[in-house]
Structures are given as structure tokens and as C-alpha cells.
Write a protein that binds this ligand. Structure first.
Ligand SMILES: [Zn+2]
Length: 198
């Protein structure tokens, strides 16, 4: 059997779970943490726990926040008749950056992906459907133009349209296979303005 120290392997495993960190880097970080005085590990762990404890999901839109409601849901003057559905909290940041959109959001926290075992139950679909009252007249599907993004938009559209709510999809100013988060403001703005009815 290969040489392995269980707790070291466990620590390496945790670092390796972070997107963009390969096995080698993960191992380097694990060794680094262990080479430091124990206080370092304690400070590290405390910072992690503090952040994960104080940041939670907005009870309405599921965006990350440190209060009960996120600043967007609690803001006066937002158009409550439009909900823009995004996969990730970082997509909200991208939309807010262009200062053009005045409606609300709904964060799915992922996309439907059967190959990765992610179905609607793993996302915040239930919470989205629950907030579609009479006030909401349009839902904008702002998921990435990827296979998963399209599948998710189609799935939600089929559920929402029978409720008599207009469902629209961002226009393709965003390159197919592209990532909303990295779209520049002009592209994102055009994609929103030119959205199509699904
Ligand atoms: Zn919110």
C-alpha cells in the first residue's frame, strides 16, 4: 500500500475540493499548514467557520447575504414584477454591475446536470415556484448558454409558462458555451434588452 498519513490525506482532500486547485497544490497547502505553529491552523479554521456561519441565503431570492433578506430584496424601488433567474450569486454581481436591471433575482445555486447527478431538487427550484405570485409578470432565464444552462431554462420554462407568466431568455450577445460572469457590461446589457419570449 502507498505511504499515507490519514489526517494529512484528509486535509489534502479538502484543499483539492476547491475549484482550480489540483492535487499537487492541495498537497503543498496541506504541508504548509502543518509546518506552521498550531495557532495558524486555529486562525484559519476560525476564519472559515465565521464566514460560513454569518453568510447565509436570502430567504426570498437565495442570494448570499448576512441578514435575513439580501440588500436587493429589501431595497425599495426595485421592480417586483420581474425575476431574473441565475445559476450563481456571482451572476447577480455581474448584472448589478451594469446598473441597467431594476427587477429582482432568483439564485438557483447550480444548473440541472444529469451527468453530475444534479436534478431540480438539488437547486432552489421549489423556492422559485413558491414566490411566483400575482405580482410577478415576467421571469427572465439568465442561465449560461451552455448545455446545462439551456436544459435548466427549458425545464423551468415548462413549469412557469402554464402559470400565465411570461418567460424570456437572454439574447445571444453572450457567446454560446460562454460564462455570464465574464461577459462585459455592454454584451450583458444587449443580451438583457434583446431577450426573447420562450
Ligand atoms: Zn434576496
Amino acid at each position: 500500500m502507498a505511504y499515507q498519513v490519514a489526517s494529512l490525506a484528509k486535509l489534502t482532500e479538502q484543499f483539492a475540493r476547491i475549484p482550480g486547485i489540483g492535487r499537487k497544490s492541495a498537497q503543498r497547502y496541506a504541508y504548509y499548514v502543518l509546518s506552521q505553529p498550531q495557532q495558524y491552523a486555529k486562525d484559519f479554521a476560525d476564519a472559515l467557520l465565521d464566514a460560513s456561519k454569518s453568510i447565509k441565503r436570502c430567504s426570498v431570492c437565495q442570494n448570499l447575504t448576512d441578514g435575513e433578506l439580501c440588500p436587493i430584496c429589501s431595497a425599495e424601488g426595485r421592480d417586483r414584477s420581474v425575476i431574473c433567474v441565475v445559476a450563481d450569486p456571482r451572476d447577480v454581481v455581474a448584472f448589478e454591475r451594469m446598473r441597467e436591471y431594476k427587477g429582482l433575482y432568483h439564485v438557483l445555486h447550480g444548473l440541472i446536470s444529469p451527468t453530475d447527478g444534479i436534478g431540480p431538487e438539488e437547486l432552489t427550484v421549489k423556492q422559485l415556484l413558491a414566490r411566483l405570485g400575482s405580482e410577478v409578470t415576467e421571469v427572465v432565464m439568465a442561465t449560461d448558454p451552455t448545455v446545462e444552462g439551456e436544459a435548466t431554462a427549458m425545464y423551468l420554462s415548462r413549469l412557469i409558462k402554464p402559470m400565465g407568466i411570461k418567460v424570456t431568455r437572454l439574447a445571444y450577445g453572450i457567446p454560446v458555451g460562454g460564462n455570464l460572469e465574464y461577459a462585459d457590461d455592454v454584451t450583458l446589457c444587449r443580451a438583457l434588452e434583446g431577450r426573447n419570449v420562450m
